[in-house]
Structures are given as structure tokens and as C-alpha cells.
Design a binder for this molecule. Structure first.
Ligand code: PGA
Ligand code: ZN
Length: 419
């Protein structure tokens, strides 16, 4: 078996122009891999810690030189000489070297970069694709993981922390029917995306682009964003409710303050009951397939009531609520607050721990959505990971912009390989 010969890291820029960590790994067999980690913008408070330098003289304090140094000086010497196919052994070593619960000592960004690059070279050293190797790792954990290309959730319109426009909700989704072939699903998303852009321009709803490639218009209400998408779908050969569906990531922690939820659709802040009624009316009108982060990240009671009311009808997705954290996922299963999870490996910090979370969620019959982050690189690790764990959905942003389409296009090639 090949052994890790060299690991070295550096600071690169992500899609927002903010530093992130890239790491390269070479095996004694000559095989080589590179990995870079994404970074959240609407980060949940319970996520593993992303280490930033806080040196205001560089990148407004957002540099990652400490994380880079932690890889070069601490993690590299610890894993050199190890067999890269021992993913769990290596991940556990990284976790124990850090020794803190949220990886604050050396940084989850440093740890995940190493964990991911190890999985890449682990695959290459065995002559496997990354998705097959991830599937192998998933099977070893008894995860029910049937390899398939997941259904894409496209982010068409953005607001909240992601957009320069005036919307409160963070993401308005278009979701092709799960029965569609991936290539057809991708095509429908891309075709509808361009029509939405033209319609926003015609309405004078000046638009620019959000962090995830979606449009960020100024509209009168959040519900108007759905209207624009619905109108646009009508101008294409696709039918809403048959070919494509709608979804929402409210990212409600962003507009939650002093116990109230403030959005431009209502003149006064709403309590959780009023917000729940608002979602119900949106769902009556648009038959949503998913609602993510409908309530703030620690408002378990509201989540429970919401799940009781709509859990049978749509996917109630926990992102900031769960932060892919095992304890929080267990609580959500016990208290019945969700039936789907957004999985972002950098919320946890290693490939192995991300697989553990997926196992728990799948055993509870939840749907799995593998997700990008607001700040991305062109690394397509998450696309292979999604296929390998048999995720139901992927959320990689709009069907536009290099760092987003890198992942959607990767799925196109996997689709062909799996035929
Ligand atoms: P983030 O948001 O990556 O900027 O945190 C993505 C999401 O909330 O799904
Ligand atoms: Zn989210």
C-alpha cells in the first residue's frame, strides 16, 4: 500500500475573494491530490470552528495562515508515512490532536482540508474514482448508500446575508422532478434560470448576483420572488408541479430578533405562530417541496410545531438547526423536528464524522441533501461525496458561475460513468 509522503498547505482565495485553505498531498507511489475547503456566510452558531487569523493588517482579519501553518507543522508530520486508505484512523488522529469539541485549537478548516485530500489520494492509490471510494467508506459504516446522481436543488434567487437585493429569505429554489435524468434536470434548471434573469430585468427589479450565483433582486415582498419564478417557468416548456417544483431556505436566524421574525411581507414582526401561518399559506399556494431553516437555530419548540403541521407534506430541512452535529441530529430525531438534513462537511470537520451524521440521519429515514457553502472553490469534492453516500439531493447554488457549475458539471460526468 502507498504511504503519504508529503502534505503541504497554502492560503488561496474563495469565490467571495476571502482566504481559504488549499492542501496538496503526495504519496510515495507518486500519486498526488489537491483539496480546498469552502466557507459559510450564514454560519450556524453550532458549527465546528473555522480558524481565521484575526490579523487586521491582512484580509480584514480573515486570513488563514494559522490554519495553513497548523497543517504544515502539526498535521503533516502526524500523517506522513500513513496509508491514505485508513480514512477513519487518520481522521481520528486529526480529531485527537486537536482535542477540542469544536476543533477550535487547530481549526476545522485545517482539519477538513487534510481529511478530504486524504480521501482523494486514498481513492487514487486504489485506482478508484472518489465517489466509489466514498461509497466504500459509507458501506463499511453500514450506511444504506446506493450510488446515484442526486436531484439538484438550484438556488435561483437569493436574499438575506447572501444578496445585495432586499429580500429576507436567503434562497428561493427550483427543484426538478426526482424522476428526471440528471442531464435533463440540469438543462431545465439552466434554461429557467436565464428566463428568470430576463424577467427581472423587464420588471426593472434591478438585479445583481448573490454569493451562490442566484439573482438578488429588489422586490416588494419575499413571496414576489416565487411569483417571478412561477411566471418564468410558464414561459418555458416545463410545468410547475410536474417537471419542476419550488423550495425555500428561509435561513430564519438571520431575521429573528428579540423573539420576533421580521420580513418585508408583513408590517410588524411575527411570532412563531404567525410565521408558521405564513409558511402554510406559501405552501398552499406553491406546493413547496422543501423548507429549510424555517425557524431560528435554537427555537426547537417552533420547529416541532412546524413539523407536526407540515412534516407529512414537505421536507423540513435542518441546516443551522443541526449544523450536521451528531448530538443535535439525535435531538431532532427524538423531538421530531425535521425529516431532512443539509450536510456540509465543514460544519463537522472530517469525512468520517460527516459519514457518521449521514448514517444517523438515514437510519431515521431522513432525506440527505449534500451542500456547498456560500464561499466556495472549484473543488468538486462534494459532488463525488454526494454520489458516494447516496444523497437524495444536492444543493450547489445556481446553475451558473464557475465554482457552482464545477460541481454540477462533475455530476454530469459521473452520470455518464454510472450508466
Ligand atoms: P452558507 O449558506 O454556506 O453561506 O452558510 C448556505 C445555506 O444556508 O444553505
Ligand atoms: Zn441553509
Amino acid at each position: 500500500m502507498a504511504k503519504i509522503k508529503r502534505i503541504w498547505a497554502r492560503e488561496i482565495l474563495d469565490s467571495r475573494g476571502i482566504p481559504t485553505v488549499e492542501v496538496a498531498c503526495q504519496l510515495d507511489s507518486g500519486h498526488f491530490g489537491v483539496s480546498s475547503v469552502p466557507s459559510g456566510t450564514s454560519t450556524g452558531t453550532h458549527e465546528a470552528l473555522e480558524l481565521r487569523d484575526k490579523d487586521e493588517s491582512r484580509y480584514h482579519g480573515l486570513g488563514v495562515l494559522k490554519a495553513v501553518e497548523n497543517i504544515n507543522k502539526v498535521f503533516a508530520p502526524a500523517v506522513i508515512g500513513m496509508d491514505p486508505t485508513l480514512q477513519e484512523v487518520i481522521d481520528n488522529k486529526l480529531i485527537s490532536i486537536d482535542g477540542t469539541e469544536n476543533k477550535r485549537k487547530y481549526g476545522a478548516n485545517a482539519i477538513l482540508a487534510v481529511s478530504e485530500v486524504v480521501s482523494k489520494v486514498g481513492a487514487i492509490s486504489q485506482g478508484l474514482t472518489l465517489y466509489s471510494w466514498i461509497n466504500n467508506l459509507a458501506q463499511r459504516k453500514q450506511i444504506k448508500a446506493q450510488m446515484k446522481v442526486p436531484t439538484p436543488i438550484f438556488v435561483m434567487i437569493e436574499g438575506g446575508l447572501h444578496g445585495a437585493g432586499n429580500l429576507d429569505f436567503q434562497e428561493f429554489h427550483l427543484i426538478p422532478a426526482s424522476s428526471k435524468k440528471y442531464s435533463d434536470a440540469l438543462r431545465s434548471g439552466a434554461e429557467i434560470f436565464l428566463v428568470i434573469g430576463k424577467n427581472l430585468q423587464r420588471r426593472g427589479a434591478t438585479h445583481s448576483f448573490g454569493q451562490e450565483g442566484g439573482y438578488t433582486p429588489n422586490l416588494f415582498t419575499n413571496a414576489d420572488a416565487f411569483e417571478v419564478i412561477v411566471d418564468s417557468i410558464k414561459q418555458t416548456p416545463y410545468d410547475l408541479g410536474r417537471d419542476v417544483f419550488l423550495g425555500l431556505d428561509a435561513a430564519a436566524s438571520f431575521f429573528f430578533k428579540n423573539g420576533g421574525y421580521t420580513i418585508k411581507d408583513k408590517s410588524a414582526p411575527m411570532d412563531d405562530n404567525a410565521l408558521l401561518e405564513f409558511y402554510k399559506s406559501l405552501n398552499d399556494q406553491y406546493h413547496l417541496e422543501i423548507i429549510e431553516d424555517a425557524f431560528a437555530q435554537d427555537e426547537w419548540k417552533s420547529w416541532k410545531i412546524f413539523y407536526n403541521l407540515l412534516g407529512e407534506q414537505l421536507l423540513i430541512v435542518g441546516d443551522d438547526l443541526l449544523t450536521a452535529n451528531l448530538t443535535r441530529v439525535q435531538k431532532a430525531i427524538d423531538e421530531k423536528t425535521c425529516n431532512a438534513i443539509l450536510v456540509k462537511p465543514n460544519q463537522v470537520g472530517t469525512v468520517t464524522e460527516t459519514l457518521d451524521v449521514i448514517k444517523k440521519a438515514k437510519d431515521a429515514n431522513w432525506k440527505i441533501i449534500a451542500s456547498h457553502r456560500g464561499g466556495e472553490t472549484n473543488d468538486w469534492f462534494i459532488a463525488d461525496f454526494a454520489v458516494g453516500v447516496g444523497a437524495d439531493y444536492v444543493k450547489f447554488g445556481a446553475p451558473a458561475r464557475g465554482e457552482r457549475v464545477a460541481k454540477y458539471n462533475r455530476l454530469s460526468s459521473i452520470e455518464i460513468e454510472l450508466q
